[in-house]
Structures are given as C-alpha cells and as structure tokens.
Design a protein around this ligand. Sequence first.
Ligand code: GRF
Length: 186
Amino acid sequence: MGDARRVGILISGRGSNMRALVEKAEGYEVVLIASNKPEAGGLEWARSRKLATWGTDSKGLGKEKFDRELSATLDDHGVGTVALAGFMRILSPWFVEQWRGRIVNIHPSLLPKYRGLDTHARAIAAGDTAGGCSVHLVTEELDAGEVLGQIEVPIAPEDTAQSLEQRVLAAEHLLYPRVLGEFVNR
Ligand code: GRF
C-alpha cells in the first residue's frame, strides 16, 4: 500500500481543482494525473508541468477492466490516496473496495444536500440562502461518504446557476488542498 501522502488525481475535464491541488500542495505530493478521457484539458496542463500522466479512453473497455488498469497504474506510481477532481465516471465496487478509505472527492454542494448533478440550479430552485462545496470519502453510494470538510457560499437573490457555480468553484480551490493535506496526515 502506497504512502497516503502520495496522491493520484483522477480527472475527466478542464481540471481546475487538479491545478489547485498541485499548486497548493502542502503535506502531500501529487505523483500522477490520470484520466478516462485522453483529450481532457487538464492532462495537457499536467504534462506541461512535467507531472506523470495516464490517459486511457474508458469507452470500449469493460468497466472493471478499466478500473483494474487504473488501479495497477496508481500502484506503479506508489499512490496512497486517490483524489477525484471532476472525474465523471462511477468507479466499480471492485475499485472502491480495493481503495476503501483512501478515495476522496469534491462535490459542489453542502452534502448531504444535492447529491448528483445540477447542484447549483437545484439549490436556487429550492430557495436556499447558501450553497457550497464538500470534500468527502468515496463509497459505493454516489456522493454519500463521510464529509471531511465544507465551505458555505451565500446565495444572492440575483444569483444564477452560473454565477453561483463560479463562486463555489473558487471556494472549492481553497477547500480541497486544505482538506486533502489534513486527511493524508491525520
Ligand atoms: C467541480 O465543480 C467539482 O466540484 C465537480 O466537478 C467540477 C470539476 O471542475 N466534482 P474542474 O475540472 O475541477 O474544473
């Protein structure tokens, strides 16, 4: 089992949280960026920073085959903690079992509210006065693992899902590096 402070980040897209985790790394080291989308913008950035990357299209591979290759790659790099950052793929029960207690995710709501997608629109539609973001442990159930840290972001009457998303994203970039640093050194 790898040292908990050796972090592998999984992305599917632009990777702004991945960048925050790399740039504000304190108490941990990012040793691999992996993606199920070889064309993910975040991989390009990671390569430009000379970070180790792995991009394999999950389409076509069976779910568990992809997850087994991913897990082996994480092991090869001595990863001890897996940080999901906009990873838009449900991990198989096999992977979750393999990495139990060592996978964290960032979610753009104040969990347990609004698991899943469209969190900001749902918070506004409900008339909530605050939204926010949560870092949580990953289990088999979507966005349902133990919450490790949150930041609350006030919702203004004129907010749209887009304006709220921008402010919550800025909060995510503060929250995730801090909580990950605490988690791997707990
Ligand atoms: C973020 O809103 C994160 O909370 C959610 O997916 C989005 C990823 O954005 N899980 P980025 O790729 O980190 O910019």
